[in-house]
Design a protein around this ligand. Structure first.
Ligand code: HPA
Length: 234
């Protein structure tokens, strides 16, 4: 047990999917896994373990933002022997070239979070995806004919920017593809523990064109993204 997880050691698989939303964690387990067992309910942050094509896989909801995600990622790595983590989520597109429903494979994550600034002092840590997982995901996406983008994203501490219009322009000029709120923590903490991590995120809204994923496309795109994540681990 950890402060935020009631599971016993051995309850989680070495491979884990990390959605933000607990309802989505349950939906992933119900839709894709067999032999599902609920292993965590603390604070409603559902964790489940099952099998996919005969291999053990877990799903753990992380909540939203780096502080929440960092708690679960730290505890999974410190206590439960997790070795490969794939965040499955949504992101806001920062480039009109990419459309909603495109799948972003996050090669690296810039961030404005104090977590990394406080930790690395004068350095700005480059939080990067695990190359093996990234390569496998890119190959699998190509095989499945999915529209994917491999590129840098930004992990922002604000969903609502009180200053009005987050200063994304300079990031866009440096090729940043999308914005979300968890990946820099995932990549940084995974690096600390020698674990392998990747974020796969569907573009749910474009901050440039204001296009948004329709309800119908949302479910279909989730199926694509989760299948890609599970096949990447396969
Ligand atoms: N900002 C942050 N996270 C997001 C967004 C966004 O616009 N869209 C989906 N996840």
């Amino acid at each position: 047990m950890t402060p935020h997880i009631e599971a016993q050691v051995g309850d989680y698989a070495e491979d884990i999917l990390l959605p933000g939303d607990p309802m989505r964690a349950e939906w992933i387990a119900e839709t894709f896994l067999d032999n599902v067992k609920v292993v965590n309910r603390v604070r409603g942050a559902t964790g489940l373990t099952g099998t996919y094509k005969g291999r053990h896989v877990s799903v753990q909801a992380t909540g939203m933002g780096m502080p929440s995600a960092a708690i679960y990622i730290n505890e999974l790595l410190m206590e439960y022997g997790v070795t490969r983590l794939i965040r499955v989520g949504t992101c806001g597109g920062l480039n009109a070239e990419y459309k909603v429903r495109d799948i972003v494979l996050a090669q690296a994550a810039s961030t404005n979070s104090i977590q990394n600034a406080a930790l690395f002092g004068q350095y700005q840590f480059a939080s990067v995806a695990n190359f093996e997982l990234l390569r496998r995901a890119a190959a699998e996406a190509e095989r499945a004919g999915l529209r994917t983008v491999v590129g840098g994203i930004v992990t922002d501490d604000n969903f609502y920017d009180p200053l009005g219009g987050a200063p994304y322009e300079v990031l866009q000029k440096h090729g940043t593809v999308a914005v979300e709120m968890e990946t820099a923590a995932l990549y940084t903490i995974a690096a600390r523990y020698g674990a392998k991590a990747l974020t796969i995120a569907t573009i749910s809204d474009c901050l440039i064109t204001h296009e948004q994923l329709s309800a119908d496309d949302r479910e279909a795109s989730l199926v694509e993204m989760v299948t890609l994540a599970l096949e990447t681990l396969g």
